[in-house]
Design a protein around this ligand. Structure first.
Ligand code: NAD
Length: 500
């Protein structure tokens, strides 16, 4: 039996004890996780410094403050999220209990990526814990120092039988994937996502796939270019461009291309100094393999800003490419590095067409002062999320679902969405063994009359939320009057016991 098989068996056994059902247990685990994040800032930051050269202040800003906020939200809302959710009734169920009960799915496998290795691994775990699941946490082997910190320190805070951390590379992940899980939450690239889905299909395991893609950024002529370019510079070059929702490329009118490039150049200097290689706030490419991959994308394009690089340091300067053609190498795949191609389009319509001719992106960015144009672009395109006049910020709004569509992924998370994504939303209908007369319309022999009544009863929706007490009583009176009429009309010989 492999280490992975043994581990998953242990977790399942722990889950079957039923201790995650209690909300107190979940809240204790979430608070322990919060304590971990707060107490181990130093170890977290050191790991990230070694992996991605993230700065001391950048680590909380991009990785852990968001986790703290998600945990606080889950702790304060858990009772409400886990409670039965009453739903609209129809006349046939007016006197029944009809509600949705969220229940744990079982054992969840969380597979994280390396670029924000805490944010993308622990955030799904927060939802898994809140929803009452057990979870196997598999951090990315690519951010090896962080994986080690996670493996060593997380078990000191969480119930380690319920939430083990399993490290390793492709072989270990594939061994894990042979096991049966109740949900797999994967963050990473689309090619591996297909392997994940194939493995999941063998057990009919549902998946959430948080993927990437080429997120377009349209800049309208009618726009404050100085502000737009500052926000774009920040969104693109944070974490050295290795952000799933980084603006991948710019679409703009030819008449503003030069100004866009000048503004971005100015902001690169403001943010990262004349020599970004020496600036603590500018990160590094994760490894040599990715360095070579990103550098190869420059082939055939004209560098307008940056381009300096140092293979020994995995350093690529913040770079802007001008007059890039749609068939250029840099436009074939997600860049996931600090190269920003600028492509010119003649109009917003052309930009919309360009976006729609490609895979649905994870994010779409629109910069314009024209609200009508923003709404039109939203209406005429599709993407996982959309932000007007800023970059990345939708990730920080817990009340917005975060996730892709089409090639950029499936499923959604953040805040209550993670809780729902990792819960089974069980439909519950509790009836009484009374009022049998009402059911006559559905029992054979079927007749046109009975069908007419069935239509009436089934198609009438009753929203108890918006009904006052008196209105409800009046409705019930009408309901019983109708029932009496049905009975009188159809049978003449029912006892009155259904009214009891
Ligand atoms: P990665 O190489 O760390 O892979 C992610 C996980 O997949 C790792 O845990 C790894 O062990 C596992 N894995 C890799 N190859 C495998 C294989 N052959 N079989 C089974 N498991 C395997 O990360 P990556 O894919 O390079 O991450 C970058 C991608 O992730 C980008 O496309 C980015 O846009 C995307 N991403 C998306 C989000 C999001 O929230 N949507 C967040 C971060 C990154």
């Amino acid at each position: 039996m492999s280490r992975e098989q043994k581990a998953v068996e242990h977790v399942r056994k722990a889950f079957l004890t039923g201790r995650t059902k209690s909300l107190e247990y979940r809240i204790t685990q979430l608070k322990n996780l919060l304590r971990f994040v707060k107490e181990r800032q130093k170890a977290i930051a050191e790991g990230l410094k070694k992996d991605l050269s993230k700065s001391e202040y950048g680590t909380p800003l991009y990785e852990t403050i968001g986790l703290e906020s998600e945990i606080n939200l889950a702790v304060s809302k858990l009772k409400e999220w886990a409670a039965p959710r009453p739903v609209t009734k129809n006349l046939l169920t007016i006197s029944d209990q009809v509600y949705i009960k969220p229940e744990p799915l079982g054992v969840v496998l969380v597979i994280g990526a390396w670029n924000y290795p805490w944010a993308v691994t622990i955030q799904p775990l927060i939802g898994a814990i809140a929803a009452g699941n057990a979870a196997v946490v598999k951090p990315s082997e690519v951010s090896a120092h962080t994986a080690k910190v996670m493996e060593d320190l997380l078990p000191l805070y969480l119930d380690k039988e319920m939430y083990p951390v399993i490290t390793g590379g492709v072989t270990e992940t594939q061994e894990l994937l042979k096991q049966r899980f109740d949900h797999i939450f994967y963050t990473g690239n689309g090619t591996v996502a297909k392997i994940i889905m194939e493995a999941a299909a063998k057990h009919l395991t549902p998946v959430t796939l948080e993927l990437g893609g080429k997120s377009p950024c349209y800049i309208d002529k009618n726009c404050d270019l100085a502000v737009a370019c500052r926000r774009i510079t920040w969104g693109k070059y944070s974490n050295c461009g290795q952000t799933c929702i980084a603006p991948d490329y710019i679409l703009c009118d030819p008449s503003i291309q030069d100004r866009v490039i000048e503004e971005i150049k100015k902001n690169i200097k403001d943010f990262y100094t004349e020599n970004p290689q020496k600036c603590l706030d500018y990160g590094r490419i994760i490894n040599q393999r990715h360095f070579k991959r990103v550098m190869a994308m420059l082939e055939g394009s004209t560098i307008a800003v940056g381009g300096e690089n140092d293979v020994s340091d995995c350093y690529i300067a913040p770079t802007v490419l001008r007059d890039v053609k749609p068939d250029a190498k840099v436009m074939q795949d997600e860049i996931f590095g600090p190269l920003l191609p600028v492509l010119t389009v003649g109009s917003a319509d052309e930009a919309i067409k360009f976006i729609n001719e490609r895979e649905k992106p994870l994010a779409l960015y629109i910069f314009s002062s024209d609200n009508k144009l923003i709404k039109r672009m939203i209406a005429e395109t599709s993407s996982g999320g959309v932000v007007a006049n800023d970059c990345l910020m939708h990730f920080s709004v817990s009340s917005l679902p975060f996730g892709g569509v089409g090639n950029s992924g499936m499923g959604r998370y953040h805040g209550k969405f993670t809780f729902d994504q990792l819960s089974h939303l069980r439909g519950c209908l509790i009836k009484q063994l009374k009022m049998e007369a009402v059911n006559k319309m559905r029992y054979p022999p079927h007749t046109a009359d009975k069908l007419g009544w069935a239509r009436f009863f089934i198609l009438k929706q009753v929203d108890f939320g918006s009904l006052g007490r008196m209105a409800l009583l009046a409705l019930l009176a009408v309901f019983f009057a109708v029932i009496l009429q049905v009975i009188d009309h159809q049978t003449h010989h029912y006892s009155a016991d259904f009214l009891v």
